[in-house]
Ligand binder design. Sequence first.
Ligand code: BGC
Length: 724
Amino acid sequence: MKLVRLPALILSAFVVAMSVVTVAPSTVAGVSCPWMDTSHTAAQRANSLLSAMSLDDEIAMVHNSDDKWSYYGAVGHIAGNARLCIPDLVMNNAGQGVGGKQVDTTAFPAPIAQAATWDPTLEEDFGAHLGKEAWKKGTNVLLAPGLDTGRVPMNGRNFEYFGEDPYLAGVTAAAEVTGLQSQHVIATLKHYLMNDQETNRTTVSADVSERVMQEIYLPGFQAAVDAGAGSVMCSYNKVNGIYACQATKILTNDLKDAFGFSGFVMSDWRATHSTVQSANNGLDMEMGSTVGPYFTGALKTAVQHGEVPRARLDDMVFRILRTMFRVGLFDHPTPAEPSASHANAETTGEIQFARTIAEQGIVLLKDRGGLLPLTGTGQSIAVIGEAASGAGALKIYNGAGSAHVPLFGSKSDVVTGLTGITQRGATNDDSVTYSSGRSIPAAVSAAAAADVAIVFAYDVSGEGVDLPSLDLDQASGSCGKGGCTYQASRQNELIAAVAAANPDTVVVLNTGGPVLMPWAGKVSGIVEAWYPGEQMGKAIARVLFGDVDPSGKLPETFPRKMADLPTRTAARYPGVNGHATYSEGLLVGYRWYDQKQITPLYCFGDGLSYTTFDYSGLKVIKASGGGATVSFSVTNSGKRSGAEVPQVYVAFPSAAGEPPLQLKGFDKVSLAPGETRKVTIGLDSRAFSYWGASGWTVTAGKYGINVGSSSCDIRLQGQITMAG
Ligand code: BGC
């Protein structure tokens, strides 16, 4: 066995490993590969394999091997090495189902809908379902979850992320990572860092202070790293003037050193801008839809000339191999081509789960007079709006761009809202009519003639372009391969006219995030269903008819008007002279509205149920390690079963200079009518820390503990005093 130049740390680990274990060589296809012995740790196996690799073998591991789509319908592929028993790395998108050129995979709800479930247990199941489908398709690196922040609600990719709060996003992503990697598929956290807008995404610099970066933009990634994420994708944009994929500060100092990330960093597709700088500053793999150009021959030459130390290349490859061993890619190889790419990955279980997670993410925002659920029999229901019937064509079952899950092959089609309501209504002897809403007078007559009108409204969003506005009339259009194009619509006028004709009007929103609702006061019901995946119609109908109690909560604030947005100046968004200045600081999402005392239309954490919940008995006690334990009881005080998401918001002493309230814990509890459950939520010392001149700091003083059903609906208040 030949010894190569290993970084000191790795080398010592290797020497220890090799001195204490006897490696039983195992043979794969007639090749001797001692590192296939599963009795050793991932690091030992990676070191053993690395020591057998030539310079060319190593270079081949750090860049894409083929042009886009040429392998397994994948967006990225690093060819395996049969001599060394290394399997292919097959990469595909992403967080709402396995997409790319794959057929016969499930279109799950968009990540924003997943975040709206506020249910990490369900999200872990989701990760496992997603991972299972990916694996069956031959994909062993999934390019999800996405963790950019909903700083700008018009961001065209917000549907791919988990909202505006770092704690909620981090908990959700960590759960997905755990589920995904349990299926021997590597999770990729993206887009690192602050790819918070699509406008000028490849050139803009996100300019932010250290404190804000640490408190708002990094914690979600840290939580998912702590959950063991194997890979991180650096983003297209610059961070404080330096391209993310060659920024030592965020790649090496924050991610690898401070967070202890042991996996590998891949670039977004063509987001690499250099060879020597990128490699030395922390990038481990160049990805794109073509091969190279930076981490191919140019990297080999740079290593040969000593511009990139061989130890750095070894570290890049070691990180990739150790992750592959740790997540099980060597020991649980995916099915071989062509069966994988042609297999139908979708099972009845997957379809059922797509419906369940969509149901759990639906947020009931308004229910005047208890119009919902629709429990009567023999009602006439007017379903209105193109989104109700044209879901497949409009692609609003999920978002557009690289994350999009196409519906072709032998795949069953989307269940539209109209189909879902018609089928479910039939079981109550309800009669359903449909009007597209293209003619507003026709929609008005349909609504006037019906007992209940249900209007479907939508926006479209996708990669590469931001929404022009949160105004529904400007945010609709269509998306195709080239991205989304926006055309004017008259959805606001349609809704107002229908509501004037029939006060029992419910609006169902299929949007990727917040929209303005000038008609909110006129309608009886508002349901935010996001982009709910292929089972959308069934999930929506089951919530409308009360088969499922709505329990989703908003992961983003819905403003009343565009002028209320924290990023309303051009300097902040989309930026001036190539710089988007994050001068709103910590005041992202609800932190802004609370601090500026601007009342939103709907608050972060809002979401109604068909039942009601009472809160009582708050106790806050100190816990070891500088944390606290918060306990209280939640009672289902209504007549139906339902689930509540109690949320814990911490208010810092004013000397800390923090926003008024910050989410630091939550739970989701299902309760039968009259049932009471004690809820206990642990807060660690980070929940009481801010980023000061010397890092994470606790200010001495009294901290408010606010427990509620939403950031605007605080039910219990307590305090705890912390020493500095
Ligand atoms: C996107 C990534 C995606 C990659 C591969 C890029 O354009 O930004 O999110 O994973 O393409 O499809």
